[in-house]
Design a protein around this ligand. Structure first.
Ligand SMILES: [Zn+2]
Length: 213
């Protein structure tokens, strides 16, 4: 099976999205780019993560041509491929409608540094302008907004995170859900204190060597 390892990871992390309550049913989508093989493994559209098997995961060229898999690829294939092409430093993309991050996105706000864990993205999480799901316009808006950040809120839609591995893109989605919740809750009781760019620069530097190396 082509990209066997990547296809297993898509199934594994899809189930992790459900277990972490970052998505429900068949919502959200994930992709992994094997740059050596020059092929992308991406979630098939509309398949429940509990029922998904590695062979259901679709394998595409970076241009979007199907190489393997009987099912249709994710409805958001366009922006997955655009991100993997645009950012040579990343190999994986995670997209969810996780509730707290999407709440902030529905306000059309960026997520500021209300907690240092926003450093999983950078000094903030930028916001992409709204466009209909699955469109080229949505893909263009995400590319315009994300820059060098590891995440981007999508107006009235959700969030997308990127990483060197599917594990890191998943971790970023999980941590940013906590930061989004903190931002929402602090806004409920007053005006949160936002960490300055100088402090976030230190945090982002520390994150490069954080955890097990
Ligand atoms: Zn979506």
């Amino acid at each position: 099976m082509l990209l066997a390892e990547e296809r297993e990871l898509i199934v594994e992390f899809g189930r992790k999205l459900l277990a972490s309550q970052l998505t429900t049913g068949s919502g959200g989508n994930l992709s992994i780019f094997n740059r050596k093989e020059n092929l992308v493994a991406i979630k098939p559209t509309g398949v429940d993560y509990h029922l998904m098997k590695p062979e259901d995961v679709v394998v595409l060229t970076p241009e979007g041509e199907k190489v393997d898999g009987a099912l249709k690829p994710s409805s958001e294939t366009r922006f997955h491929l655009a991100l993997l092409k645009h950012r040579p430093d990343i190999n994986a993309v995670v997209h969810t409608h996780q509730v707290y991050a999407t709440t902030i996105a529905c306000m059309n706000w960026e997520l500021p540094a209300v907690h240092y864990l926003v450093g999983f993205s950078g000094n903030k999480v930028p916001l992409a302008k709204y466009a209909t799901f699955g469109t080229q316009e949505l893909s263009d808006n995400i590319i315009a907004a994300i820059g060098k950040y590891n995440a981007c809120l999508m107006s009235n839609h959700g969030i997308v995170t990127v990483g060197q591995s599917i594990q890191s893109a998943f971790n970023t989605a999980e941590e940013l859900e906590l930061v989004s919740r903190l931002y929402y809750q602090t806004k409920c009781i007053g005006e949160p204190v936002i960490l300055g760019d100088d402090e976030m620069k230190i945090i982002c530097e520390k994150f490069k060597t954080y955890g097990q190396q």
